[in-house]
Design a protein around this ligand. Structure first.
Ligand code: AMP
Length: 454
């Protein structure tokens, strides 16, 4: 097995690695570091959680340890799709450079231009940026990219999803042709393949196992959920989520709950809070300081449930998440793999539950096809919904009077197969409801039942 000490890393980097508690390099590190140190381009096909950040930061630091930065001309550049990921890469640099004197700047939205400008003016060894913000600085004449010796593109597939590819191409063209490129992507879509063919030169290609196959420690389940009424789907789905969380009890120490839309992230977090859960939202519309606060709170254990969108959660380094809940089935099957990869990291056990509505079944099929595995069907933890209580009793009664009772009863009966009262009513048993149909107020129905049972 390869050891860090076999990799020709700077001794001060090795010391920092040791202090970080890493014992052996992960496969992407063992594969990428030697080629990167030889000055070769690297194409790393790896996802977050595989140790890919250190696979480029460690050789970069080793290479940059010699030489000095010049004003406004960063010596290396790391491009990340999201602010959170950029901030995490910056934290990684801090960890591994603690015994070296390397400077860095972080160019991300939500952080003031002024401070970063001052750093760049003085000269930085490492510039970590999101593409848009980097180009803003460049266009304001504050930055020259002609001194870039090493350029990293992290999570290129997410850059593609977010429409950053033209920016990336532009940035490539602003850096010297002789630069070394370290390029990482979880998947190789044709567009990504094209970029690598254009901008990488004879790269060492290192591919590590997909997380779907690597994370055998994640127990996965799905609730095939059907709302009692279409207009109640959202609230009933939230109830299913609460029941799933409750069913896990203390085993659920902390969890990320994924929603497909930002609005649902907010609604879901608000609703959980209303029901007394310790939850907070994170998505791209929240300002940077708020997102950082939430993230720190979640890492420190002050927040138990993080409700997130895919983009915001991408690349978050949270080592010990016990559970992932997919409130929605993701639209892209690959996002499922990223989402559940937030748990079961580094060999730990984890659980991932998904709530799948009828509309999501196709997307869910795509997930099972991708991971080549049937996900365990979990029974809906919420008891079958009782017959509908009338919101406006007088009007409902009037409606029912115009509708034959058997027609009104058909739909709920099929959804409440286990309801004895329903089926007896259907057979015209003693407690058949006449006139009020299913809109019988439930307390009346209950007293009938209780009387019968008693
Ligand atoms: P990444 O894939 O870069 O997001 O890294 C995932 C997690 O693995 C981070 O928490 C890293 O600190 C950690 N990590 C990276 N390399 C190693 C290693 N060789 N041994 C143990 N943990 C590591």
């Amino acid at each position: 097995m390869t050891k860090f000490s076999d990799l020709n890393l700077n001794p001060k980097v090795l010391k920092a690695i040791d202090e970080a508690g890493y014992e052996t390099p992960t496969p992407i590190q063992a594969g990428a570091i030697p080629s990167a140190l030889e000055g070769k381009d690297v194409l790393g096909i790896a996802q977050t959680g595989t140790g890919k950040t250190a696979s480029f930061t460690l050789p970069m630091i080793t290479l940059l340890a010699r030489g000095r930065a010049r004003a406004r001309m960063p010596r290396s550049l790391v491009l990340c799709p999201t602010r959170e990921l950029a901030a995490q890469v910056a934290e990684n640099f801090d960890t591994y450079t603690k015994h070296l004197k390397l400077t860095k700047a972080l160019l991300i939205g939500g952080v003031s231009f002024k401070e970063q400008d001052a750093l760049i003016d003085r000269g930085v060894d490492v510039l970590i940026a999101t593409p848009g913000r980097l180009l803003d600085h460049f266009e304001r004449g504050k930055l020259l990219l002609t001194g870039v010796q090493i350029m990293v593109v992290d999570e290129a597939d997410r850059m593609l999803d977010m429409g950053f590819i033209p920016d990336i191409e532009r940035i490539f063209s602003l850096t010297p042709f002789t630069r070394q490129t370290l390029f990482f992507s979880a998947t190789m879509a044709p567009e990504i393949e094209r970029i690598t063919n254009t901008f990488l030169s004879a790269p060492a290609r290192i591919e590590v196992a997909r997380q779907a196959t690597a994370s055998e420690t994640i127990e996965q389940g799905v609730v095939m959920f059907k709302a009692s009424r279409r207009d109640r789907e959202a609230s009933e789905k939230r109830k299913v989520l609460r029941a799933l969380i409750d069913a896990e009890g203390d085993k659920c120490t902390n969890a990320i709950i994924f929603c497909n839309r930002k609005t649902d992230v907010d609604i879901c977090a608000k609703s959980l809070k209303k029901y007394g859960y310790n939850a907070a939202p994170i998505h791209g519309d929240l300002d940077q300081s708020q997102r950082m606060r939430t993230l720190d709170g979640f890492r420190d254990g002050e927040i138990r449930l993080l409700v997130a969108s895919d983009v915001a959660a991408r690349g978050l380094d949270i080592p010990s998440v016990s559970h992932v809940f997919n409130f929605d089935v993701p639209g892209h099957a690959e996002d499922y793999v990223h989402r559940i990869g937030r748990t079961g990291r580094a060999g730990r056990e984890g659980k991932a539950f998904t709530i799948c509505t009828g509309r999501d079944e196709k997307a869910f099929d795509a997930v099972e096809t991708l991971i080549q595995k049937q996900i365990t069907r979990v029974e809906n933890p919420v008891k079958p919904v009782k017959p509908v209580k009338p919101a406006k009793p007088e009007k409902q009664v009037a409606d029912n009077e115009q509708t034959p009772p058997e027609k009104k009863q058909r739909a709920p009966r099929s959804e409440n197969k286990s309801s004895g009262r329903q089926s007896r009513a259907g057979r015209g048993g003693d407690n058949t409801v006449v006139g009020m149909g299913d809109h019988l107020p439930s307390f009346i129905a209950l007293s009938f039942e209780e009387r019968r049972a008693g």
